[in-house]
Design a protein around this ligand. Structure first.
Ligand SMILES: C[S@@+](CC[C@H](N)C(=O)[O-])C[C@H]1O[C@@H](n2cnc3c(N)ncnc32)[C@H](O)[C@@H]1O
Length: 265
């Protein structure tokens, strides 16, 4: 089946590896960078994954293609907060069992980077309920989700989740907030039996506090704790080797399961 780019499509315009822009194609519009401009009229009607001329600047060509979700997260989404990057959020989603039809609670919507991945994974029959105390962050997240057309799969609560999670019997509660230990009772109440609690914490102090409270709680399994170190390699056949720099630390991932408290057995 052929794929042709048309007006209204979300596309990546890639001038080079450091200049990638996610934009929606409109007749008469242009996407510019410091190395030149791409006219959308040149892109409309081109095959997906092809080259179009760069006008002005350095000239040459830019690559145009339809984005995958990671392209949109990395190059299209606005950031109103610290965010969780796909190397971490993808593992959190898999560990939490997020898949088609799942009902997921998220605490700490932030810019919606995790919300978007979750909404994409739960599919048309699943749903994400997300909590955020900062109105400005919530609005950024809504705009970001709308870029992917995923906002209908999400209920946005402008609410402090510590005052109560409104859903029950959910498959997973995924938390990115400074004090995740304060949400354990609410998460326990909202989860279905056997459901997964997952938290992301940047610092060892937060991890320590969370571990201590999870173990004290009595209603969660012994947690798994991990972190992801991602090292890219330079794709040079004559000098194939790891890149000399990498992001050394982002955060710790803690995962545990809701179980019956021992005194209830
Ligand atoms: C680091 S940001 C989350 C970023 C998000 N995971 C992303 O990738 O875009 C943490 C967010 O949690 C929110 N937050 C903190 N405590 C909260 C609470 N008790 N209830 C709801 N949101 C909370 C903050 O306002 C902040 O926007």
């Amino acid at each position: 089946m052929t794929c042709t780019l048309k007006e209204g499509d979300l596309v990546v315009i890639e001038f080079d590896e450091r200049r990638r822009f996610v934009t929606r194609l409109r007749k008469g519009a242009r996407t510019g960078s410091d190395v030149g401009v791409v006219l959308h009229d040149d892109v409309i009607g081109s095959p997906c994954g092809s080259y179009v001329p760069v006008r002005g600047g350095r000239g040459g060509y830019a690559l145009v293609y339809k984005p995958s979700i990671i392209d949109v997260l990395e190059h299209g989404f606005r950031r109103a907060t610290q965010v969780i990057y796909p190397k971490d959020s993808a593992l959190i989603a898999v560990l939490a069992g997020v898949g088609p039809g799942a009902r997921i609670v998220e605490v700490g919507t932030g810019s919606g980077f995790v919300t978007a991945l979750l909404a994409w994974l739960v599919g048309e029959n699943g749903h994400v309920y997300t909590y955020e105390v900062r109105r400005e962050a919530l609005e950024t997240a809504k705009r970001n989700l709308a870029m992917l057309g995923l906002e209908k799969r999400v209920t946005f609560h402008h609410r402090d989740a510590r005052l109560g999670i409104l859903e029950e019997n959910v498959d997973a509660v995924i938390v990115d907030m400074p004090d995740p230990w304060d949400i354990l009772d609410e998460a326990y109440r909202a989860l279905k039996p056997g459901g997964v609690f997952a938290a992301y914490t940047p610092s060892a102090h937060q991890l320590y506090m969370l571990m201590e409270r999870l173990l004290e709680h009595g209603g969660f399994t012994r947690p798994r704790v991990m972190e992801v170190l991602l090292r890219e390699w330079l794709p040079e056949p004559e000098a194939l080797r790891p890149a000399s720099t990498m992001i050394a630390h982002t955060g710790f991932i803690t995962v545990s399961r809701k179980v019956t408290k021992k005194e209830q057995v």
